[in-house]
Design a protein around this ligand. Structure first.
Ligand code: SAM
Length: 227
């Protein structure tokens, strides 16, 4: 998969892209992540990309020119037709099902906003899906882009050493994950449940399913259709 990210703050991405699973996924050729600075496509001597909103109001709005030119440039860098995502708190809410859907795409282009957001013509003129990572407002789309590509990349088959890891994760079967324990068997008087030490795989699977259900009912009844 190729992922292009269009941003005004390319420096934000370096640390996250260069560690752990995301780095390994790139090193092993599962994904290529390319960051492009929208500001490079400003026609202004001062590399200006934003301006005051028509009609008045606070803050600055990202102008359509640099975003469209940047997008058209990046789109041509690879022959695959991309799925384009505009990061905005006004989009539909990102979730694990969407991460699964995106993980089977050959190419993604994510566009991160800043300031007061995008000129409306960016929203209407690009064939992009609008995605939000939650009902809150970030200062910019960079973290939202990272959240989306992090959740998506780990679902590309082969990226996690054991593909079952993702299958057991919370939300994959509509439930939260069961409790996990590792050594030591007893820590500060808190003991690992006996069933996990029993070696009875069927009983362990039943216990985990029950725990998943109880935890989901308690913490996220909405996932079970309860409110
Ligand atoms: N004035 C805009 C509004 O009310 O819709 C918010 C602009 S926000 C300060 C700047 C940028 O951060 C947005 O253009 C978007 O790219 C990104 N952003 C903020 N919150 C986000 C969220 N919940 N999900 C995805 N992107 C978000």
């Amino acid at each position: 998969m190729r992922i292009d990210i269009l941003t005004l703050f390319p420096e934000v991405f370096a640390s996250h892209l260069n560690c752990s699973i995301i780095k390994r996924a790139q090193d092993e050729g599962f994904v290529q992540v390319v960051i492009t600075d929208i500001r490079e496509f400003s026609t202004d001597n001062y590399r200006k990309v934003d301006d005051k909103p028509y009609g008045g109001g606070p803050g600055m709005v990202i102008m359509p020119g640099p975003v469209f030119t940047c997008f058209e440039h990046v789109e041509k860098l690879s022959p695959e037709k991309p799925k384009t995502i505009l990061l905005t708190p006004q989009g539909s809410k990102f979730n694990q099902a969407k991460a699964h859907e995106l993980s089977s795409e050959k190419r993604l282009i994510l566009i991160a906003g800043k300031y007061e957001g995008f000129d409306e013509r960016i929203r209407t003129g690009l064939d992009a899906e609008q995605i939000s990572i939650g009902d809150f407002v970030l200062n910019g789309g960079e973290l939202a882009a990272m959240v989306i590509i992090d959740a998506t990349i780990r679902l590309i088959p082969g990226v996690l050493g054991d593909d079952d890891s993702a299958k057991n994760d919370s939300f994959s079967d509509g439930l939260l994950e069961y409790p996990q324990y590792t050594r030591p068997e007893v820590f500060r008087d808190m003991k690992v449940p006996d069933i996990l030490l029993s070696g009875n795989h069927q009983k362990i699977a039943e216990w985990r399913k029950q725990q998943s259900l109880e935890r989901t009912k308690k913490n996220r009844p909405d996932l079970l259709g309860e409110h």
